[in-house]
Design a protein around this ligand. Structure first.
Ligand code: FAD
Length: 615
């Protein structure tokens, strides 16, 4: 990368604020809001663009394309070896409504006003009683409602091909009750869309990548933004964000030295120096995807989210709150924190695969990062085939009921009258079904200070269950390195469980007693402890197995305070000039997924490109 000398007009002010925020287990004790040291202007800028976008996922790519459409030069900085973030490995179910061409084609009536009234309706709660929309920021919702259909058309215009079927209510959450708004993407082998996991999200991201590259957007891969560079504020004028510092973050496969590289080129800015300074002439957009992978950050919202919980999206990317932390370090505020609490939408989910650390979905053997994933995991056809036990070896739940409390979608509340408190009478409350997480993340028998962590959840089953499920219980389908164990007796199985997440070894006598009691329920046909409907199969035929079945963290629903233009706000409610944010790193919007992220990227890109910095 050719350094570009700091221009004279940049040294108008002779000091800038640059404070480090590296994410991971970052110490939050000193966010640097007041105490930030004024650092010297970088001696040189390594690169310069009108708009610098941090993160290349569902918010970052639309922001890049929309900013380029607005005439801006754009650099996207991405810490991973390839683009896409959670979005490229997502299911590709994309909630966008408000009167899209797809809705019109299939005769579905919708409008921005209907989207707005749906997403601000205080009278709606989820089936476990959590209010879906009560804590949404009205200004942020209005902006989303007004740009939702535009964003759909923008995605289509930039090469995204949704399935030609009527929008429905499948696969999305918190979309509003009044109209079907969910659009779907599929991934097709051999269509030239290289995918980390062969899922629909690739059909969103690869076309956007191609469009961005064609429009001149430059990509700097394997660089992580570690701080924002801001001019000092005065009484009269809030200091402007004028650039970023980014650190080189190459990735390799375990035990190898060869760098992981993108399917395409390494990016079209080549650089390998340890750190770079990138000048943003108009604005920086934070599109870093939230904070699920940052243990300390996520525990600010919910102390139960200890390290035992794995994270959807890893090990492809690790959204570690570094965008939020860098912005907080220059004075930004967080917003809408209530939305991050558990049992809300799919902030936290049950596992989809057993016996693997990355258990939100089954990773295919052909995935280019399979050596990092290590095991496909085992999908469960019938939850009667196993019991779930805590780290001490005790059952705690009806295994057939584990689920997550998904938010409202079209027709879920039926009949539905906007803003009528009696809507609650038409919601199918089922608190028992949705209490799995309380049980799984709050149990702490065995655990000790300081965290009293719940410890892992283990699925216990026998050879007959393996036969019924047609599981292959050997690598690469299971991960014996901490996530799958077997033995010929139950006490031996308990002793075999070696996990760094166990507070202490499982007691063999306890596990044997648990299984004996469960087997007696199969004999009697009644689960006296947790009401599993007619327990079907005894666990009695060796070998016996223990497979990782711990829930995982999925969404970030709280982040930086933004206004309707997606500008980041400070602790005094003032706009931080030159700083934008969209997607899971932005707060004030309780909705799962790609709809809010693509739309906020679109809004941020449009407004960032239109910034004027003349004084
Ligand atoms: C497995 C899975 C399936 C999903 N399925 C669906 C679905 O079907 N429908 C739906 O609506 N939603 C789905 N979601 C959610 C959806 O993918 C996310 O909400 C969305 O991708 C978030 O967009 P984003 O731009 O905020 O973050 P991301 O798409 O995650 O992009 C953030 C990017 O920023 C990068 N980054 C982070 N920090 C830095 C830094 N400091 N410097 C440089 N780069 C950085 C990350 O590496 C990442 O590439 C799914 C999520 C997962 C994990």
């Amino acid at each position: 990368m050719e350094p570009e000398k700091t221009k004279n007009d940049l040294s108008r002010r002779n000091s800038i604020t640059a404070t480090a925020a590296v994410g991971g287990t970052t110490d939050l004790a000193d966010p640097g809001v007041k105490g930030a040291e004024a650092a010297k202007l970088p001696p040189s800028w390594d690169s310069v663009a009108d708009v610098v976008i941090v993160g290349s996922g569902a918010a970052g790519l639309p922001a890049a394309i929309r900013a380029a459409d607005g005439g801006a030069s754009v650099i996207v900085v991405e810490t991973n070896y390839d683009i896409g973030g959670h979005a490229i490995i997502s299911g590709g179910n994309t909630p966008l409504g408000g009167g899209t061409s797809a809705q019109k084609k299939y005769g579905i009536e919708d409008s921005p006003d209907l989207v707005f009234s749906d997403l601000t309706d205080w009278s709606i709660v989820q089936p476990n009683g959590w209010p879906d929309y009560r804590y949404n920021d009205r200004a942020v919702m209005r902006a989303f409602a007004d740009h939702c259909a535009q964003t759909y058309e923008f995605l289509v215009a930039n090469g995204v091909r949704f399935k030609d079927i009527p929008p429905d209510n499948q696969g999305g959450h918190n979309l509003g009750n009044s109209a079907p708004r969910e659009n779907h993407l599929t991934w097709t082998r051999g269509a030239g869309l290289e995918s980390p996991n062969a899922r629909g999200g690739t059909s969103l991201i690869r076309p956007l990548e191609a469009s961005a590259r064609a429009k001149g957007v430059r990509f700097l891969l394997s660089y992580k933004m570690t701080s924002l560079i801001r001019e000092p504020s005065s009484e009269q004028e809030a200091g402007r964000v004028i650039g970023i510092t980014a650190r080189y973050t190459p990735r390799t496969m375990p035990g190898q030295t060869t760098l992981l590289k993108s399917f395409r080129s390494h990016g079209n800015i080549e650089a390998t120096q340890p750190s770079v300074h990138i000048r943003a002439q108009k604005a920086v957009i934070i599109a870093t995807g939230g904070s699920t992978s940052n243990l300390n950050f996520r525990r600010m919202f919910d102390p139960r989210l200890t390290e035992v919980l794995q994270v959807a999206g890893e090990p492809y990317t690790f959204q570690d709150g570094s965008g939020e932390l860098a912005a907080m370090a220059i004075g930004a505020s967080l917003w809408g924190l209530a939305n991050q609490i558990l049992e809300n939408g799919d902030n936290i989910r049950t596992q989809r695969a057993l016996a693997t650390r990355y258990n939100y979905m089954t990773w295919g053997l052909e995935s280019p990062i399979f050596p990092l994933v290590r095991a496909t995991g085992l999908s469960v056809k019938d939850w009667q085939d196993l019991i779930l036990v805590s780290q001490v070896g005790k059952r705690f739940y009806d295994e057939t009921k584990g689920d997550y409390p998904h938010g409202n979608v079209y027709n879920e509340v039926n009949p539905y009258t906007p803003n009528d408190y009696r809507n609650n009478e038409n919601i199918k409350f089922n608190p028992t079904k949705y209490n799995f997480f309380n049980a799984a993340v709050a149990m702490n028998e065995y655990s000790e200070p300081p965290d009293y962590s719940a410890g892992p959840v283990w699925a216990i089953f026998d050879a007959e269950a393996v036969e019924r499920e047609k599981w292959e219980v050997a690598p690469p389908y299971v991960d014996p390195d901490g996530y799958f164990f077997s033995a010929n007796t139950l006490p031996e199985l308990a002793a075999a469980i070696k996990s760094r997440y166990q507070a202490a070894a499982m007691d063999g006598a306890t596990l044997r007693a648990t299984v004996a009691r469960y087997n007696s329920f199969v004999d009697s046909g009644t689960d006296l402890d947790f009401g599993k409907p007619t327990p079907k199969y005894k666990i009695q035929t060796p070998p016996f197995y223990a497979a990782w079945a711990t829930p995982l963290v999925h969404d970030t629903r709280a982040g930086l305070r933004i206004n309707a233009r997606c500008q980041v706000m400070d602790m005094n409610g003032r706009v931080i000039p030159g700083l934008y944010c969209g997607g899971e790193s932005a707060g004030g919007f309780n909705q799962h997924g790609l709809g809010r992220c693509t739309t906020q990227g679109y809004i941020a890109g449009k407004n960032a490109a239109a910034e004027t910095t003349e004084k």
